[in-house]
Design a protein around this ligand. Sequence first.
Ligand SMILES: Cc1ncc(COP(=O)(O)O)c(C=O)c1O
Length: 419
Amino acid sequence: MAENTAGAKIKLESPWRNDFPALQTTVHGGKTLAFLDSAASAQKPVCVIEAMDTVLRGGYSNIHRGLYEISQNLSQAYEDVRKKIAGFINAPSQKNIVFVSNATEGVNLVGQSWGRVHLSSGDEVLITGIEHHANIVPWYLLADQIGIKVKVAPLQEDGTLDLQAFEQLINNKTKLVAFTHVSNVLGIINPVKELVAKVRALNPEAKILIDGSQGIVHQSVDVTDLDPDFYVFTGHKLYGPTGIGVLYGKADALESMAPYQGGGDMVDLVSHIKGITYREPPYRFEAGTPPIVEVIGLGAAIDYVQGIGMGVIAAHEYALSKYALEALRGLDGIHLYGTQDLSRKAGIFSFNVDGAHSSDVAVILDQCGVAVRTGHHCAMPLMEMLGVDSTVRASFGMYTNKDDIDALCSGLRKVREFF
Ligand SMILES: Cc1ncc(COP(=O)(O)O)c(C=O)c1O
């Protein structure tokens, strides 16, 4: 047992583990799998698998176009998920919810759709030094396409954002500020509400985008309270399927945006003579047949985590993080990156082992049945700042147990023996 922030006793065994069949998988001739790569993609609970299976086994059809019963039912179920997501993040309406294929598409959509209308040469987009490539490259694409400037707010030595420098980089040329909610490498939770308020105070005209890919997984998110113009996340890290993500946008922002892609379902009228008119948001941004089954799967995932409560999940992860931190600190030769202040960190640990390359560490851990991620984690600028080419990353999900962390530590002891 460990204590959570409120002092309550929390078990280090996940009560939800058996809901995730993939965790029964054994590797390397019968070893239990210690899956510590949830920040890359989470395992799926049975209810998500079954919801998708049910659609595919009966009632599947294309949506929005069929006048027959199964198409109408599925269209309704699909739109119900949009409403559910609005409720999950406390958006004013389901019209604020655009379905995209993942967080990456969400950011690119804002870049190409909002950016191409509202930005011109010399305008500035401010990001930070901790971003995932998904919140870096789309802005450099715009820099190449229309000559905007990308500015980067630096980090402090412990990986947290340098708030003073961040503020100093905001001026009247700043048109958009985009930052992550939680770092996929260091687990650092940005003070997003404070950052939004700072941007609003310094330049009320600037739009704000939060990359919530990791943030949505580890705590409850209220976009009305946080007040960004855009919030993006991806379904597969939230125990849902791949191929589906969400772009939340404020109504005025979405209405001011041109379509991102053209095709079926996003138009009111297409005529070679009269021209083309587009549907209102969010449909204007959803060209072509959408990921229907994946939307249903994401809806089931949201029902699942909401039924448990994001706060309850966060408390479990906090207890595990506390245990993991003590265990990792108890090992020789482990260099942990970023602040280890757990009040501002989700269950994501990046480290290197003295004298061993991260890939060798990951290979040895794999032989012990421990799945971790290694590399630059799509955050090369952060690696540059840390002065390394890669790290080993262990990341937790709601199903992670003390045993997984013990397996990691036992594997790391073997690495130390080997090197
Ligand atoms: C912080 C962050 N942003 C964006 C992404 C991109 O997510 P996706 O590949 O699902 O678009 C990730 C995925 O690792 C992430 O961790």
